[in-house]
Ligand binder design. Structure first.
Ligand code: TYD
Length: 199
């Protein structure tokens, strides 16, 4: 089972992923979480370029794909083969939304990501760019990805994605968001467990 948690910066992804891992472990699931961009050499380059804004959108796209190839080969596939529940803090939906919002063709980005394992469930934490920026500013200075107009485009693309996607209202108190996300995930896991039980 592969689950991706997506959303714009400041939507609460990292808190939700940590919470999910804990709750699923308590319930006896063998679960592991990975994050993109990763800590690979590609991930490190990505973090650098996100600060400097010196490369073209196309080069940026290439780096995210390379980083994902690395993550799929070294982390995601081995964990899935080991029967684990894998939770992603960002996955290729982020590339579609963020690099799409830079003006690259969304259909082409989708195609380039077809080589990667498809998630069984994608949870999109949906929040307005205004709320997201308020949350970010309470903690640190926003970086180049984080201005209202850009995040508005990113959000729009996220909300246009359809396959296996559940949108959760993340404008609310984090405890309410946690409860909803957990419910969605447990229902999904339950379904696949029941399917197995019938065999
Ligand atoms: P983020 O998860 O916010 O990292 P951190 O917790 O270190 O702040 O990701 C960093 C940025 O990378 C974020 O603004 C979204 C962007 N991003 C893309 O543009 N494309 C992608 O494919 C991915 C995975 C992330």
């Amino acid at each position: 089972m592969l689950i991706a948690v997506e959303g714009i910066d400041g939507s609460g992804k990292t808190t939700i992923v940590r919470f999910l891992v804990e709750e699923l472990r308590k319930r006896g699931y063998d679960v592991v979480a990975f994050k993109e961009p990763t800590d690979s050499e590609y991930g490190k380059r990505i973090r650098q370029i996100l600060k400097e804004r010196k490369v073209s959108p196309e080069e940026e796209l290439e780096l995210f794909i390379k980083d994902r190839e690395f993550n799929v080969r070294n982390n995601i596939l081995p964990a899935l083969k080991g029967g684990k529940v894998v939770i992603m803090d960002r996955y290729y939906y982020s590339t579609i939304a963020y690099q799409g919002a830079l003006g690259l063709d969304v259909e082409r980005i989708k195609m380039l990501n077809e080589q990667f394992p498809k998630p069984d469930l994608v949870v999109i934490l949906d929040v307005s760019p205004e709320t997201a920026l308020k949350r970010i500013k309470a903690k640190r200075r926003p970086d180049r990805f984080e201005d209202v107009e850009y995040l508005r485009k990113v959000r729009e693309i996220f909300l246009s994605l359809k396959n296996n996607v559940v949108v959760v209202d993340a404008e609310r108190d984090i405890e309410e968001v946690k409860r909803d996300v957990l419910k969605v995930v447990i229902e999904h896991l339950g379904e696949s467990f029941n399917k197995d039980a019938k065999l």
